[in-house]
Every structure is written in C-alpha cells, then in structure tokens.
Design a protein. Structure first.
Length: 334
C-alpha cells in the first residue's frame, strides 16, 4: 500500500426534502383540511478515526463525498425519510483543515473519535404545519434547506511513542527492522526511506511504537532533499532517538546538522527528550570508536549510547532507554 499523508477532498451534506401541499379527500368528509407532511432531513458528512489505517491513500482515488438528500413530504401527513449520511474513515492522528490548509477544524487522536464536518439541511414544513384557526386551508409549504459544501484538507500525523531522526543512511531503517516486525527498504544509498514507517518494539514485556522518517540533510527546512514535510510524523512522539552514523567523518557536524533542521522546523520538536546514539559501530576499531564517541558527546552534551543493529550490539540498552522515557516522559523517576 502506498503512503499518502495529505489529501484534499470536497464534501457536501444533503439538502432537506420539501414539504408537501396536500388536502385530505375522502368520501363523506367535506372539509378534510391540509395533510401535507414535512420533508426529511438531508444526510450529514462525518469523519471518524478508525484502527487499521496508516495512510490516506484511499482519498487519492475518491475526492468527492456527498450525503443523500432528504425525501420530500407526502400527503396523509407522511414525513419524508432522512437522507443517508456519509462517513470519511481516516487513520488515528488525522487533522482536518479548512480549504486554506491552515485553519484546524478537528484533530482526531483517539480511535472511534467522530466529528460532524457538514450538517444536512432541515426538511421543509408541509402545509399541515401552517393550519391555524384563521387559515384552515393553507396552500403552501416550505422547501427544504440546502446542505453545506466545502473543500477540506486531511493531514496525517502518525501516532508513535518514539521517533527516529538522523541523516540519510544513519541506520534508522535497520534499527527499526531489527527491533520490530516492520520491513522498511534498506539499501546503501541516500533516501532509501521515502516515506515514514511504523513498527512495534517490545522490551521487558512492554510494547511501544517507533516511527522512522526519511533522513534529513542540510537545508531540509528549505526543501533540500526530501525536505522536512515528514517531520510532522514525529511531532506527537514522546521521545526522539537521534542516530548518528559512526561512518561519518565528523559526527559532531552530523549531529548539529540534524538539530539545526529540527530547530528550523519548530513545532516544539526540539523540546522533546532526546536520546543520542552512535550507530553502526561495528565498522570502527576500539580507538576510533572512543574518539568519535567523545566528539559526539561534546556536541550533544551527554554520553551517547553505542549500538549496531546489524551486530545486535547495544540494542537492548537503547530500547530500555526509550522505554524509560516513554513510561516517565516528565522525568520524575517514578
């Protein structure tokens, strides 16, 4: 299934049915009076967050959603049926924006959350509604009210506990594939990862979700490389795992490059707890490892973890560090 995290759709709720103009006509009843029924209400347009989806790809093939109109009223005081509503089923974490793509309508962050995007029009009153002591035979009825129509944007921000960030080929996809059942594409060239991947990691009986996004390069906030459009998928995470490849000539520069892009993106990402790890350490000898670990520690202000997903070194310690922050995001130690 292809990944799509933004879609533009048109929605329209149903018009209300018209009221009926009718008079009771039966044998031996001379003054039957009005008996026109009311029109039915038009259908609504809803959006619902459901489990089992992690992409908006369905909205690439269908961009128009229209609810049914209400049935017109009929004689003998029969009210028209309400129009059928339509529901847009979206992944948990989807945000709905107005046509300007800036005004937030609703943020769907829990499974089963529903929101009415467009209300159907009310049905019109039949002529029986207007009967009074001074008007025994009204000969008019109301038309139904028109439904609402609008164009909206759907924007998906994946729900994950931990987010992987780093330069391309920092070992993020290999880390995800090693500790979860996710199977992202892994290859030795930049931008192997073209869209976010999710996986569920388990450590000491506790599960948490990890999101891997395409690598950032210098100038990503200006659209260089794949840009920073996928950073929205780590906005909701509780902790960042910043992987710096041991194959980098200057690990301090590599770390600072990614941090600069995170700061340029904003949205509070740099305020999240960050675990820094020197990855792919299996390619270094002991002296070189100490040298690069020391340089990275100086750049990030903390002692980095050391790991190799291929060799299985340091994975348990890294997962436990992530688990501890996720379980205690405020750092209370409880």
């Amino acid at each position: 299934m292809k990944f799509l995290d933004e879609a533009k759709v048109y929605i329209r709720s149903g018009d209300g049915g018209a009221g009926a103009v009718s008079f009771r006509r039966e044998k031996f009843i001379e003054f039957g009076g009005p008996d026109g029924g009311d029109g039915g209400r038009g259908g609504d347009v809803w959006v619902e967050a459901v489990n089992g989806l992690n992409t908006l790809i369905d909205f690439r093939y269908q961009q128009h959603f229209k609810a049914s109109i209400g049935t017109h009223g009929m004689g003998r005081n029969r009210t028209g049926a309400n129009g059928a509503s339509v529901t847009l089923k979206v992944p948990v974490g989807t945000q709905i924006f107005e046509e300007d793509n800036e005004t937030l309508i609703v943020d769907l962050v829990t499974e089963g959350q529903r929101f009415k995007l467009a209300a159907g029009g009310n049905g019109g009153f039949g002529n029986a509604h207007f009967k009074s002591s001074t008007n025994q035979a009204p000969s008019w009825a109301n038309p139904g009210l028109a439904g609402e129509e609008k164009t909206i944007w759907l924007r998906l921000k994946l729900i994950a506990d931990a987010g992987l960030v780093g330069l391309p080929n920092a070992g993020k996809s290999t880390f995800l594939a090693t500790c979860t059942r996710a199977r992202p594409k892994i290859a030795n060239y930049p931008f192997t990862t073209l869209h976010p991947n999710l996986g569920v990691a388990t450590i000491d009986g506790r599960e948490f979700i990890i999101a891997d996004i395409p690598g950032l390069i210098e100038g990503a906030h200006e659209g260089v490389g794949l840009g920073d459009r996928f950073l929205g998928h780590v906005e909701r995470t509780r902790v960042l795992l910043h992987l710096v490849s041991a194959q980098e000539e200057d690990v301090a520069k590599a770390y600072k490059t990614v941090r600069h892009e995170l700061e340029a993106y904003g949205e509070g990402i740099t305020d999240k707890p960050e675990i820094v790890a020197l990855s792919q350490i299996d390619v270094l000898d002991e002296d070189e490892l100490k040298k690069k670990s020391k340089a990275l520690a100086k750049a990030c202000g903390k002692t980095p973890l050391q790991l190799s997903a291929v060799a299985g070194v340091g994975m348990t310690a890294t997962l436990r560090a992530l688990r501890d922050v996720i379980a205690d995001p405020e750092g209370t130690g409880e």
